[in-house]
Design a protein around this ligand. Structure first.
Ligand SMILES: *[C@@H]1O[C@H](CO)[C@@H](O)[C@H](O)[C@H]1NC(C)=O
Length: 140
């Protein structure tokens, strides 16, 4: 958020990418509502409401089981938490992805928003965040 690069910056980028891949949506330019101004915030909102399955990319429905999808959403949310200290290390992410029996902690607040803001979302300049990490990633 302060433009500081750390070992957890990669984890954050990975989390965004993971969420984008399994939901089939881009984080940049995503705006659902004031409460959900980014894909990350929207994913956390649905997760907290127990409705994360709604996020599943329709193309995955036949090939990905629900538990697997929910676990990946969970891991993605852990990676994009606002406080870098709460994010797992990349090596722990690998462990979580490989071993289904590893229990996951509850995701806390996700980084407020990343990427470009849409016109209709009015946001103070103090909330401007490091969009570089994400806006340079083009998964599709
Ligand atoms: C998976 O995690 C569980 C619990 O942490 C552990 O007991 C088990 O040995 C792990 N399995 C592998 C293959 O690493």
């Amino acid at each position: 958020m302060e433009g500081l690069y750390s070992i957890k910056s990669d984890v954050f980028s990975f989390g965004v990418l993971l969420l984008e891949i399994i939901t089939g949506r881009r984080n940049a330019g995503f705006h659902r509502s004031k409460r959900a101004p980014s894909l990350l915030a929207y994913a956390l909102q649905l997760w907290n409401e127990g409705k994360a399955l709604e996020l599943m990319d329709p193309l995955l429905i036949d090939s990905c089981c629900r538990d697997e999808f929910l676990r990946y959403i969970h891991i993605g949310l852990l990676c994009v938490q606002e406080d870098a200290n709460d994010r797992p290390t990349m090596s722990h992410v690998v462990v979580m992805l490989k071993n289904e029996t590893v229990t996951l902690s509850q995701p806390q607040r996700v980084a407020f928003s990343v990427g470009r803001f849409t016109d209709h979302y009015d946001i103070g300049s103090h909330d401007s965040v490091n969009g570089l990490l994400v806006s340079n990633i083009g998964p599709r």
